[in-house]
Design a protein around this ligand. Structure first.
Ligand code: SF4
Length: 674
């Protein structure tokens, strides 16, 4: 039964980084509908199944409505005054590195800004991070190293005029559906499509060339593409001479590649790699899109550098419809990074060394040194070095690798505060749970994957006593004696942000009422920036660098002969804290499956629907088997959505030394029928 809305409010979808604009239909303080905004430059009226049907989680009777304090192992409802007193008093017992905060890519820019300010200025700790550590931290690190900026270089709409799209380790029809529509439109126009992915996907079915390489072999494959481009004389010498540096060392390394070795490691015929290289280099403007198939590796930063080299070699950067474009996962993961919810960078990616004085003066507190990354925080909590944690809108008990160690870390804390809209698996472990407003119940801004800052508008009242995250942080800081957290609105917080972050200086809530603006936007007269690097690169020399990625081939040990790759599906979202409350989605996807190739399944006597046990060095779980040639031999796939078969029981181990990213796309496992 569909209800007609009594009013519609223009706001932004809370799910993926595409950031589609929606008209949220409300009746009687309930969400009853949503439809795409027809004149939105992002989605032009389109929505995927989640944006269209999956927003009624806001109405769920399971929403948190009162603050909760744990007494003798049971939660007791209390009033805000008591909850804030308890939190402020307990937090006052800890300082500096004993404290850590987890920010959220589901919260607004203003809220992420405020939590990192609270962590640094009130708690004196640099331990602030969020889930970008597990998705695009290597993009931030790698692209800053090579290009000086870690963001998507171009706009989603520019894909429509690309001559070639190289899609590497990305499955946008499931993870960024409205963005994939742009790719499909480009193909209908004139674009060629090369897909590099160990899995067959809906996108790979449309590709001119699908290079189905083994997980973890992207660097040799991309380096070989560079080699063939050089051999064919398809590189852009003028661009290389005028805008880059360190080319010679890169060229020498590429020309010294052993192509037989490349074929052996990748499992892809080098003739196909040559064809793909020629297609990419001959059809300018060529745009690279990629997601976590590239980043979630222990050499994730190296993978990003390899992609950057390819774009620089062919001059496919600094122009419209080209570039290198990480598709961000959650709706505001770009914004949470922009706001400095990172342990080593202040808002606007300003280095602590250079910008500490400016922030310290504004905040009236010294700026602590760089802190720990998300996985390091859990290590430190397990070692007793972090004793107190404040988690806003994240569910690390399911989303962090190595769940058992994460549980140990959380259970070992002396004081844990969780602020969320539902009682998540992580919140169950908290000492205090603070009820937060959802995206539909507050004002603020999100920044989508193409750097577009968009206005989130309050459409209805939050249930019970729930409040916007920024108000809760302000109350705690106020109770701890900080008068400068007494903001009267999200817009006032944004004003402070624009004062401190040059790339946001020209943006205000007032301006955003007329539509989103892409940063950098440095003044009120600036219309924003559709694509980056048209002039100098933001590096010390103004040039981009060819950087050689480190690479070591990783095989699998005999006792764990298969590689587990984890990911997402179209109908669920992350740890399902929101989508599990939407009946329409459950009817499409209500259980976990381990996808395996028919040859592997047959050799193990496994049939579709059998229950199998999956075991890695870190743990094991039972799950239903799905047999499909979508996955290649030697590889198995599952999502990390379902708490009753939590994939992250299996993952963990080594991390990318540059970004701290764990190797979530490469976990050796064994599988047997139960
Ligand atoms: Fe929402 Fe992403 Fe779907 Fe757009 S593509 S409706 S932002 S989930």
């Amino acid at each position: 039964r569909t209800e007609r809305p009594s009013t519609e409010v223009r706001t932004v979808c809370p799910y993926c980084g595409a950031g589609c604009e929606i008209y949220l239909g409300v009746r009687g303080n309930r969400v009853v509908s949503s439809r795409g905004v027809p004149d939105s430059p992002v989605n032009q009226g389109r929505l995927c199944v989640k944006g269209r049907f999956a927003l009624k989680f806001v109405n769920s009777p399971e929403r948190l409505k009162k603050p909760l304090i744990k007494v003798d192992g049971e939660f007791v409802e209390v009033e805000w005054d008591e909850a804030i007193s308890v939190v402020a008093e307990r937090l006052s017992e800890y300082t500096g590195e004993e404290f850590a905060a987890v920010a959220s890519a589901k919260c607004t820019n203003e809220e992420n800004y405020l939590l990192q300010k609270f962590t640094r200025a009130v708690m004196g700790s640099g331990n602030i991070d969020h889930c970008a550590r597990l998705c695009h931290a290597p993009s931030l690190t790698g692209l800053r190293m090579s290009l000086g900026s870690g963001a998507m270089t171009n706009s989603i709409s520019e894909l429509g005029a690309a001559g070639c799209i190289l899609a590497v380790g990305t499955n946008p029809t499931e993870t960024h559906p409205v963005t994939s529509y742009r790719v499909i439109r480009a193909l209908r126009s004139r674009a060629r499509l090369v897909v590099v992915d160990p899995r067959k996907t809906r996108l790979s079915e449309l590709a001119d060339i699908h290079l189905q390489n083994r997980p973890g072999s992207d660097i040799p494959l991309l380096m070989a593409m560079c080699r063939f481009i050089l051999e064919e004389g398809l590189h852009d010498s003028e661009f290389i001479d005028s805008r880059t540096e360190k080319f010679e060392d890169f060229r020498d390394a590429v020309m010294a590649l052993d192509l037989d070795e490349v074929e052996r490691i990748t499992g892809v015929n080098v003739k196909d790699i040559r064809r793909a290289a020629i297609m990419y280099a001959s059809n300018s403007p060529a745009s690279i899109i990629y997601s976590m198939g590239i980043t979630q590796h222990v050499n994730g930063t190296g993978n990003v550098l390899a992609l950057s080299n390819l774009a620089l070699l062919t001059g496919n950067i600094g122009i419209k419809s080209a570039g290198i474009n990480p598709l961000r996962g959650q709706n505001n993961v770009q914004g949470a990074c922009d706001m400095g919810a990172l342990p080593d960078l202040l808002p606007g990616y300003q280095g602590i060394g250079e910008a500490a004085g400016k922030f310290s003066e504004k905040w009236g507190s010294p700026i602590p040194p760089a802190g720990l990354t998300l996985p390091e925080m859990f290590d430190a909590a397990r070692d007793g070095k972090i004793r107190c944690m404040y988690i806003m809108g994240e569910n690390p008990l399911l989303s962090e690798p190595d769940i058992e160690r994460t549980r140990e870390a959380l259970e070992g804390l002396e004081f844990l505060v969780v602020q969320d809209i539902f009682l998540t698996e992580t919140a169950e472990l908290a000492d205090v749970v603070l009820p937060a407003a959802s995206f539909a119940e507050k004002d603020g801004t999100f920044t989508n994957t193409e750097r577009r800052v968009q206005l989130l508008r309050k459409a209805l009242d939050a249930p019970g006593d729930a409040l916007p995250d920024w108000q809760i942080i302000s109350m705690i800081a106020g109770r701890m004696g900080r008068e400068d957290f007494d903001y009267e609105s999200a817009s006032r917080i944004f004003d402070e942000i624009r004062e401190l972050v040059p790339s946001y200086a020209g943006i205000s809530h007032e301006r955003l009422k007329s539509g989103g603006i892409q940063w950098p936007c440095t003044s009120e007269e600036d219309a924003g920036t559709g694509y980056l690097h048209s002039e100098e690169f933001p590096t010390p020399t103004g040039r981009a660098s060819f950087l050689l990625p480190d690479y070591q081939f990783r095989g699998v040990p005999e006792e764990y002969p298969l590689v587990l790759v984890t990911g997402r599906n179209l109908y669920q979202y992350h740890t399902r804290s929101m989508t599990a409350r939407v009946e329409e989605l459950e009817s499409f996807s209500d259980h976990e499956e381990l996808l395996m190739n028919p040859a592997d399944a047959s050799s193990m006597g496994i049939r579709e629907g059998d229950t199998v046990e999956v075991t890695s060095e870190r743990g094991s779980l039972r799950v239903r088997a799905g047999v499909t040639d979508e996955v290649m031999e030697g590889v198995v796939f599952m999502t990390f959505h379902f708490a009753d078969a939590p994939a992250n029981v299996l993952t963990g181990g080594d991390r990318d030394p540059f970004s701290g990213m764990p190797g979530l796309k490469f976990t050796p496992v064994r599988v047997c029928r139960v």
